[in-house]
Design a protein around this ligand. Structure first.
Ligand code: BTN
Length: 245
């Protein structure tokens, strides 16, 4: 399986590729659809945030895949993040890291984000959207970077899309085989810059401070808080190394 397994559609403009693909999924669109837009008027980020990208500056893409039966859905989202890391390494020669759960970083700065949403009907499926800053980033994002700035390489949307979809198809195929989630978890640990770092976990009840020690079978992060180790499924984790500089 590879790049040719995806049914790719390009749009000049859309509200959000995730929202549009979820709409189409509920209307019966087939899995393995990929929707790419030059501009989004209402791009969405994690935790209810917005995602802004100057026109033509980024890869803005969502894919529709079946929710996995045997493994936690989080592994499909991790597969997308690792596929971006692989694609960018193939094209630039520079390997990015991940910040838990799935931000893609060059150094301490974010170059890409992943947003997954579950669509229940007519069958359980995931819409996984990625935004990759290629040549420009909205100046409002303080600790964001672009592929061009971080690596010196100018990439086109289509080449990043092709390399990403090729890698994602391989990761999804591997996930369906015995031991697939365990293999992916090892790859994830190897790319996750959050591990062994002092972190601040932002919770509605206030921040917690500790050291990120591992990820579990569901992709949750385990943080050693001193007296106890707690697992977090969602939320924001801040690397304190950067704040110490
Ligand atoms: C994050 O907050 O890091 C996730 C950002 C995900 C942005 C992408 S851009 C394509 C897709 N459509 C959206 O509305 N969001 C995702």
């Amino acid at each position: 399986m590879g790049r040719k397994e995806w049914f790719v559609e390009r749009l000049d403009e859309v509200d959000s590729t995730n929202v549009e693909l979820a709409r189409r999924a509920r209307e019966g669109a087939a899995s393995r659809a990929a929707l790419v837009a030059d501009v989004q008027s209402q791009g969405r980020g994690r935790l209810g945030r917005e995602w802004h990208a100057p026109a033509g500056s980024s890869l803005l893409c969502s894919v529709l895949v079946d929710a996995p039966v045997a493994v936690a859905p989080q592994w499909v989202v991790v597969a997308a993040a690792l596929s971006l890391v692989d694609a960018l390494e193939t094209l630039t020669g520079v390997r990015a890291d991940l910040k838990w759960p799935n931000d893609v970083l060059f150094g301490d700065d974010k170059v890409a984000g992943v947003l997954a949403e579950l669509v229940d009907a007519p069958t359980p499926r995931l819409v996984i959207g990625v935004g990759v800053n290629l040549s420009e980033v909205d100046p409002a994002y303080a600790s964001a970077t672009t592929v061009r700035r971080a690596t010196g390489v100018d990439l086109g949307v289509d080449e990043v899309l092709d390399a990403y979809l090729e890698s994602l198809a391989g990761h999804l195929e591997s996930l369906e085989t015995p031991g697939g989630a365990a293999r992916l978890a090892e790859e994830y640990r190897g790319s996750l810059a959050t591990l062994r770092q002092r972190v601040r976990v932002e919770l509605a009840s206030g921040p917690l401070y500790g050291v990120a020690v591992d990820v579990d079978d569901e992709g949750a992060i385990l943080v050693d808080l001193g007296e106890t180790t707690r697992r977090f499924h969602a939320g924001d984790v801040v690397h304190l190394r950067k704040e110490d500089d």
